[in-house]
Design a protein around this ligand. Structure first.
Ligand SMILES: *Cc1c(COP(=O)(O)O)cnc(C)c1O
Length: 227
């Protein structure tokens, strides 16, 4: 089946990127971005070994979860409206797209109500694109100062969606900048903030992202084909 071959190829490329910069490939987690794809295709990926799935719409996410084996892990990678937080807390391994303090407050409130702790990444608009959600770099620390007091939210790291470019190399600077920032924040040892996940890189640029320090890559097209 084609999905299995695609998955093997992406895993190989992850390994190659790691070797180029002397990283251990076990440091990098592949999230199979299955948005818009039918559950049959997710099952093929699961059978080929994929366990981490990324979705960007709440409704699609919650409808796919019960159709898949219970050890599949779910990543919310799309913009999340505050009124839909209730539907995803307790169901996701990680919310990558915590893109405003208002949203994080809501995740805290819902997680408290459900008596759980929700792992999140702060989404950073690293290239300052107008069309994108997320914190600007200089807003992250202030946000963390508030979030560190939230008992039901744990910040595990940062996520970015790099600009759409035709040459992956063009995003190297963005990835490098975010990695440096991530290391910087990590070194501050803020309460309640672990900084062990840096989610960056998609089909077009995940190898460059890994060379620049990504610990999680989100690959859709490269595994499931064009949308
Ligand atoms: C769709 C999507 C991806 C995957 O994109 P591909 O180019 O298909 O690999 C990754 N991250 C986010 C946030 C997405 O919305």
């Amino acid at each position: 089946m084609e999905i299995r071959e695609n998955l093997r190829k992406i895993e190989e490329q992850i390994g190659e990127a790691c070797r180029r910069v002397g990283r251990d490939e076990r440091e990098v987690t592949l999230v199979a971005v299955s948005k818009t794809k039918p559950v049959d295709m997710l099952k093929s990926a699961y059978e080929a070994g994929a366990r981490q799935f990324g979705e960007n719409k709440v409704q699609e996410l919650v409808s796919k979860i019960p159709q898949m084996p219970s050890d599949a892990k779910w990543h919310m990678i799309g913009h999340l409206q505050t009124n839909k937080v209730r539907q995803v807390t307790g169901k996701t391994a990680l919310i990558h797209s915590a893109d405003s303090i208002r949203l994080v407050r809501e995740i805290e409130k819902e997680s408290a109500r459900q008596e759980l702790v929700t792992d999140i990444l702060l989404e950073v608009n690293a290239a300052r694109e107008e069309s994108k959600f997320g914190f600007f770099l200089e807003e992250v620390e202030e946000a963390l100062c508030e979030i560190k007091n939230f008992p039901h939210v744990k910040v595990r790291g940062l996520m970015t969606i790099a600009p759409f470019v035709s040459c992956a190399e063009d995003n190297r600077g963005v990835f490098r900048k975010l990695y440096q920032f991530y290391v910087d924040i990590k070194s501050k040892n803020i309460d309640n903030v672990t900084m062990d996940i840096l989610s960056m890189g998609m089909t077009g640029d995940f190898q460059v992202a890994i060379e620049e320090g990504a610990t999680m890559v989100r690959v859709g097209t490269g595994i499931f084909g064009a949308r």
